[in-house]
Design a protein. Structure first.
Length: 226
């Protein structure tokens, strides 16, 4: 791969069989801007960093979407509001141009699953259309049962509201949009933490009495540190 890009492998300190992405090689190979790595991980996930992404969505579909729309906010704004004709055309593009049999749209809009104490499972999803007054009234119940939510949600079957109200929740599989935005948060390196920004390194340095430390180490017959 180094040779394909006109690069000398010796300039990169990586083991055999590995490749190092830089700001320039990232765009040459993946076709993505550096800032889009976070967006990429939000959808594809990253097992090495325990970032789940969206189940069923892979690189083959994600890269064209990011190239077209830039970030996951714009992607979701688009796919949530597709007309039937537009969705059909997009599915055709994925199948004929990218060889993807099942459109990633269905995965990216997949419902979440709530497991109840009775063993029953109920489905929910982020509200894609207008949030009604009834929806607003139910959000406190959902947050009480499921915890803090990033988006207003709606149960797929209105009859399940009483089941959720009266039973304990044993587990939740996030809906796709929740998973994508949670993954983006996990992949984002925080640079605006006030506490860290105002810390003076002299305030947190260790004041070590090396003579006392040496004596303690010798007590344990430790004569050298590796």
């Amino acid at each position: 791969m180094f040779e394909d890009l006109g690069l000398d492998r010796k300039d990169f300190n990586v083991p055999d069989g590995f490749f190092e992405f830089t700001l320039s090689t990232l765009e040459d190979i993946k076709g993505l801007k550096p800032y889009q790595i976070v967006e990429y991980k939000a959808l594809c996930g990253d097992t090495s960093d325990n970032i789940p992404g969206v189940k069923g969505v892979g690189e083959k579909a994600v890269i064209p979407l990011l190239q077209e729309y830039g970030n996951i906010e714009s992607i979701y704004d688009t796919i949530e509001n597709l007309s039937s004709k537009e969705e059909k055309e997009l599915k055709k593009f994925f199948k004929e141009s990218l060889g993807i049999g099942r459109s990633p749209i269905s995965y990216m809009l997949a419902e979440g699953v709530i497991a109840l104490s009775s063993g029953e499972k109920i489905n929910y999803n982020v509200i894609f259309d207008e949030v009604t007054e009834e929806d607003k009234a139910l959000q406190p119940l959902f947050e009480e049962k499921l915890g803090k939510l990033r988006f207003p949600i709606r149960l797929s079957n209105a009859e399940d509201i009483e089941k959720l109200r009266n039973e304990e929740v044993y587990g939740v599989q996030l809906c796709a949009k929740e998973s994508a935005f949670m993954s983006k948060e996990l992949a984002t390196i925080k640079t605006d933490i006030e506490f860290i920004a105002n810390v003076n390194l002299d305030d947190i340095k260790l004041n070590i009495n090396y003579d006392e430390l040496k004596a303690r180490l010798l007590d344990f017959e430790i004569k050298t540190l590796i």
